[in-house]
Design a protein around this ligand. Structure first.
Ligand code: GTR
Length: 399
């Protein structure tokens, strides 16, 4: 293990243990060291990180958790208006609805993305929500139905474009979604899937990348400043999106819990574990992941290393006080223990020694954390903290 990192991790864990927060709260144990390669070499430079450590971690997560994608950007990918552009929100936004179409060896499919772009001179920075809740109630393009899950009006009022698509249009949230969407185009129906074939989390993240393909073509949008946002299964997907697609400048992982931001190497008995998630939602992952059911702490990686793969870009991790299932302390610890990756780049990761009180964001570095008071949910409070974080990093000034 890299001595510096070891000392940093040990110091972080010790500082925590001596703080008030520690009372009755477990601390991480035997966490795989981010800055030591599988071959036992210490990682001390960006070059070593980028050439060796990051690729081997990425391969480990690909092969054993989220699966391999049979396709990247399809050569026949196309974008066309699904409806004419229209001014909305009292003339403050232009709404675009774009159909993104693609086809593979076994079929064709498409999905529609909705974008509210603030009317302003310069290209707008944006937040892309991967919506995992019923579309009609949460991402209504007519805005007759409004939901705090996607407060598009507030996002536009702060100078950001609000963009979204429904995850089920890319891959249905069931049985590897093999009947519709992307799996049906690139995988033979009823084929015996390989043990490292992608699951729906990776497929949804693939969909987010296709939206980025469109964003790059849209002059009203600033493709260099796009945050990908998701809640719960969508929060896991937001991390995976940014890990596999470096064009996203920020990932916002809201209440993502097990197989998202939550660290496994911490004893949080009320939180979800790999055995439960694999039983409840096997299609989210590749089959290889099932071997870590009841054995996640025997795996040579943990979820803080997934977050670290987003460095040096921005990451926001969010928990909810009433969301023990997501394992709030484990989410904070992942954010903390991922931070040495930013330090390699001469940046700060999560600047904090202990988890914060509710509604008190920790946003000094490139890794942001807050825990909102209340339930497992994505709320306007969270959105505003994501936008504060982007503001702090000059997403508007800098254009
Ligand atoms: C839960 C699942 C979690 C979380 C959540 C959601 O039932 O156990 O991992 O992702 O669903 O996506 O709403």
């Amino acid at each position: 293990m890299n001595t510096n990192t070891l000392m940093l991790c040990a110091a972080a864990i010790a500082a925590f243990a001596s703080s008030g927060f520690a009372a009755g709260t477990p601390t991480p144990k035997d966490v795989p060291d981010l800055m030591t390669t599988f071959g036992g070499k210490k990682v001390e430079s960006v070059e070593q990180w980028e050439k060796t450590r990051a690729p081997e971690l990425l391969e480990e997560f690909t092969k054993n958790e989220y699966g391999r994608r049979p396709v990247g950007r399809p050569s026949n990918l196309s974008f066309e208006p699904a409806e004419p552009d229209v001014e909305m929100m009292d003339g403050k936004a232009l709404r675009k609805r774009i159909r993104i179409s693609y086809g593979g060896k076994y079929g064709e499919s498409s999905f529609v993305v909705t974008a509210f772009i603030p009317k302003q001179e310069k290209p707008a920075p944006a937040f892309l929500l991967i919506c995992n809740r019923p579309a009609a109630e949460n991402i209504d393009p007519t805005r007759k139905v409004k939901s705090g899950f996607w407060p598009a009006e507030e996002i536009v009022a702060r100078g950001y474009a609000a963009i979204t698509f429904w995850n089920g249009d890319v891959a249905p949230d069931i049985d590897y979604g093999n009947r519709k969407g992307v799996f049906a185009c690139f995988e033979k129906p009823d084929c015996n899937r390989r043990s490292d074939a992608w699951g729906t989390i990776s497929a949804w993240a693939w969909g987010a990348s296709r939206v980025m393909d469109w964003i790059e073509t849209e002059p009203l949008l600033d493709a260099k400043h796009v945050g990908v946002v998701g809640h719960s299964r969508g929060g896991k997907t937001a991390l995976v999106t940014a890990v596999y697609d470096k064009r996203f400048a920020m990932a916002c992982s809201n209440c993502s819990g097990c197989s998202g931001a939550k660290l496994n190497h911490i004893d949080l008995p009320r939180s979800e574990h790999v055995a439960q998630i694999c039983k409840g939602f096997p299609h989210w992952f590749c089959k290889n992941y099932f071997m870590f059911a009841n054995a996640e702490t025997k795996w040579r990686v943990d979820q803080h290393e997934l977050i670290a793969l987003i460095a040096p870009r921005l990451v926001a991790v969010v928990s909810a006080t009433e969301d023990n299932w997501a394992g709030q302390r484990g989410e904070w610890w992942s954010a903390k223990l991922a931070s040495p990756a930013w330090e390699l780049y001469g940046k700060k990761g999560l600047v904090a020694e202990t988890p914060p009180e509710a509604d008190t964001p920790q946003q000094e570095g490139c890794v942001s954390y807050h825990i909102h008071k209340g339930k497992h949910n994505l709320t306007p409070y969270d959105w505003n903290r994501y936008m504060d974080f982007a503001d702090k990093h000059g997403w508007k000034a800098d254009r």
